[in-house]
Design a binder for this molecule. Structure first.
Ligand code: PGA
Length: 254
């Protein structure tokens, strides 16, 4: 059975102390209340990673991830953070290709492919995000957009390397807007993504691939979304900043 994952994405929120305190609350709740097989990942700003990774020690199902990384291994890239540096904090995941990175920082599928490679080289598991804009949905181009994001971003990988990747479908129009994709809309795309993986690799690998949904996911809509056949959990923005909301989403899999 493929892994179920609920991942938080704090984005550029919380100072150091606030982050440590939120993570401590989440970790306690996970320890006391979560009894399923689901994995919890908290993706935070770089400044929190080491402290959160230390706090996560000894709690089985919780791990820590970064929200981005730089595509080069090391060198004169003032202000950037490498995969090796992230790995050295104790983090084990990294989000690659979030739509905010694509839109505000001009990250192309080609650059994202490099980020995927360097993440895997340093044993970080990428959470690779794909998703269409409102215009692309309305003009019914979303399947093509998503196929291209997959082809250029991750389908250059060997099957062995691809097996380390978690995918996340995040329709841009649903992120931070309160407009969630309906369970049927999300399921349609998740099934399509799984089909693309099966065509590129094989059915077994497609069936083993964890595909998360992201975009205004909350404790109310998570049960319907997560009960869809091809939705294996969520990538949670706003609701991951409240310990109760976040763990209630995690507990959908209890
Ligand atoms: P949201 O963000 O849950 O606030 O919509 C999701 C994301 O951007 O990953």
């Amino acid at each position: 059975m493929r892994k179920k994952i609920v991942a938080g994405n704090w984005k550029m929120n919380l100072d150091y102390q606030e982050g440590v305190s939120l993570f401590s609350e989440i970790a306690h709740m996970v320890k006391d209340e979560v009894y399923g097989q689901q994995e919890v990942v908290v993706c935070s700003p770089y400044i929190h990673l080491y402290a959160l990774a230390e706090l996560s020690k000894g709690i089985d199902r919780i791990s820590v991830g970064a929200e981005n990384l730089y595509q080069e291994e090391a060198g004169a890239y003032t202000g950037e953070i490498s995969a090796k540096q992230i790995k050295s904090t104790g983090a084990s995941y990294v989000i690659v290709g979030h739509s905010e990175r694509r839109a505000y920082f001009g990250e192309t599928n080609e650059v994202l492919a490099q980020k995927i490679d360097v993440a895997l080289k340093f044993q970080l598991k990428p959470i690779y995000c794909v998703g269409e804009t409102k215009e692309e949905r309305e003009s019914e181009q979303y399947f093509e957009v998503i196929r291209e994001q997959l082809q250029k971003g991750v389908f250059h990988l060997s099957a062995e390397a691809f097996a380390q990747v978690v995918l996340a479908y995040e329709p841009v129009w649903a992120i931070g807007t309160g407009l969630t994709a309906s369970p049927e809309q999300a399921q349609e795309v998740h099934a399509y993504i799984r089909k693309c993986v099966a065509e590129k690799y094989d059915e077994t690998l497609a069936n083993d691939t964890t595909i998360l949904y992201g975009g205004s996911c909350n404790p109310k809509n998570a049960p319907d979304l997560f009960s869809q056949a091809d939705i294996d959990g969520g990538l949670i923005g706003g609701a991951s900043l409240k310990s109760r909301d976040f763990t209630d989403i995690v507990k959908v899999f209890n």
